[in-house]
Design a protein around this ligand. Structure first.
Ligand SMILES: [Zn+2]
Length: 480
């Protein structure tokens, strides 16, 4: 993927030089189409680019566009697309695509093609307002309604439209692009489009949809995924594996999951925070197994080996939900039941520093403390080792957490290990510096310590749990 320049702001479009001149000279536009930042027209542009095997709008020729129109018209004339998809989910009663049920007799690929070509040769009315999407052309004289452009309302029934007025001011070219959208949108229970920046990234996310259309002549059903966010995470893993490091540095992705039909018009907008994108792509490259273990912990019940694929497609996952809402998934990095670390330290470390924003030094400090704990408790007999770790696992209150360190310090003295577990300063730091910070509370530290302990001592801990029948209540409060 190559770097692409910054788009003009709306202000520049409206006031800057060139807008009117461009309009007046028609074909003198630097290119016929351009990225606009609007999810629906950008998705239509993705369809044109993918169909022509090109990457940038300025590379598109009129021949490419005509071929795309032919490809679309042939499909759109079929019932599965027309009444089954376009009318049912995207553009109800569309006249341009002839999805209006009353037009079924007249609907042919040729007629649809003629409508699409007519849009592109439509003359501009210089008195009409500027297009609200591209800012490059004059809008059509009449406002555009939801039968031709999703979610903009219809006469007297405004919906997703900021000024709440009747329809939207959209130019014939933006309208044309929206007609191409069905080719590369994903069909789940609603329609899904994945809007991304840099725009070239959109090609990656929608390529699969067009491949499906070419194979089946039907809209892509996104591998039968039911939930848009689950599908997105799965695609991120695929795409992240191929992307070079750094490609996602400034990337942003937003999912639009919508339905636009006569029964209702709804949209869910799901924004994927950039650190989350980079984290998942990093996981795809360095520790796929670890990521998969973490995700498995996010379902209410752990799926068995052959259930995983079905769970991914059907069920909501806490790990996805927490990542999308900015909540910590640190507890999912460890499996207290199996007493094991779910991923490599490398993935954990990336998550802590890039997503949680934990300082790298702090992380190294906690790792150092954890290693000294391991050095101590590994010298205990199995049953005592298991018991000691359980004290940390069950620490729900700060005093219980403190008690754990005191007991390990005592173990250290009894075992004759030279040097203290921690200096007074270290102790104060671990308990108080992170005290009330929500992201880096003592519970964060506890989870990091457990991660390291499980990583180093998993086998012995499991052996110990098998051997020893342990009583439920382990805290010996009177001991101090
Ligand atoms: Zn426009």
């Amino acid at each position: 993927m190559k770097e692409i320049g910054q788009e003009k702001t709306l202000e520049e479009f409206l006031t800057g030089p060139g807008t009117r001149e461009h309009s007046a000279h028609g074909e003198k536009h630097s290119s016929l189409f351009t990225w606009t930042g609007h999810p629906f027209t950008d998705t239509g542009l993705v369809a044109l680019l993918l169909l022509s095997g090109k990457e940038k709008p300025e590379e598109l020729t009129s021949k490419d566009v005509e071929k795309a129109i032919e490809f679309a018209s042939r499909l759109y004339a079929r019932k599965e697309w027309s009444s089954g998809y376009i009318h049912a989910m995207m553009l109800p009663n569309s006249g341009i695509l002839m999805a209006n049920p009353s037009m079924s007799k007249k609907r042919t690929p040729e007629a649809i093609k003629a409508n699409l070509l007519a849009l592109l040769s439509e003359s501009e009315n210089p008195n009409a307002p500027i297009c609200e999407i591209c800012g490059r052309r004059h809008a059509r004289p009449k406002p555009v309604y939801r039968s031709d452009f999703p979610l903009v309302g219809t006469g007297g029934v405004p919906n997703y439209f900021p000024s709440g007025k009747d329809g939207a001011n959209i130019c014939s070219h933006c309208l044309f692009l929206a007609q191409m959208m069905p080719l590369v949108a994903y069909r789940l229970s609603r329609v899904l489009v994945i809007h991304a920046y840099p725009y070239e990234l959109m090609l990656e996310f929608h390529r699969e949809a067009l491949d499906d259309v070419r194979k089946t002549e039907l809209a892509s059903v996104a591998r039968n995924f039911r939930r848009p966010e689950n599908f997105l995470f799965e695609k991120l893993i695929d795409i992240g594996t191929r992307l070079e490091t750094g490609k996602l540095e400034n990337a942003s992705i937003t999912l639009y999951s919508f339905v636009n039909n006569n029964q209702g018009q709804e949209v869910d907008v799901i924004y994927i925070p950039n650190p989350v994108l980079r984290f998942v792509a990093f996981a795809a490259r360095v520790d796929r197994k670890g990521w998969s273990n973490i995700v498995k912990m996010g379902w209410r019940r752990r799926p068995s080996g052959d259930e995983v694929e079905e769970f991914k497609r059907r069920y909501p996952n806490d790990v996805y939900a927490r990542l999308l809402s900015g909540k910590s998934i640190l507890p999912y990095f460890i499996d207290p039941h199996g007493r094991q670390a779910n991923s490599s330290w490398k993935l954990l470390s990336f998550y802590c520093s890039e997503v949680l924003g934990l300082d790298k030094d702090a992380l190294e400090f906690v790792k150092g403390v954890a290693d000294r704990i391991v050095e101590t408790v590994e010298k205990l007999p199995d049953n005592k080792l298991s018991k000691r770790v359980r004290e940390l696992e069950r620490a729900e209150k700060l005093y219980q957490f403190e008690g754990f360190f005191i007991r390990v310090e005592r173990d250290r003295q009894e075992l004759g290990i030279p040097g203290a577990l921690m200096s007074f300063d270290d102790f104060a730091r671990i308990l108080t510096s992170y005290g009330e910070d929500l992201n880096v509370s003592w519970k964060t530290v506890r989870n990091l310590l457990l991660f390291r302990i499980y990583e180093k001592l998993h086998d012995r801990l499991m052996k110990a749990s098998e051997d020893v029948e342990e009583p439920e209540e382990e805290f010996e409060e009177g001991e101090e």
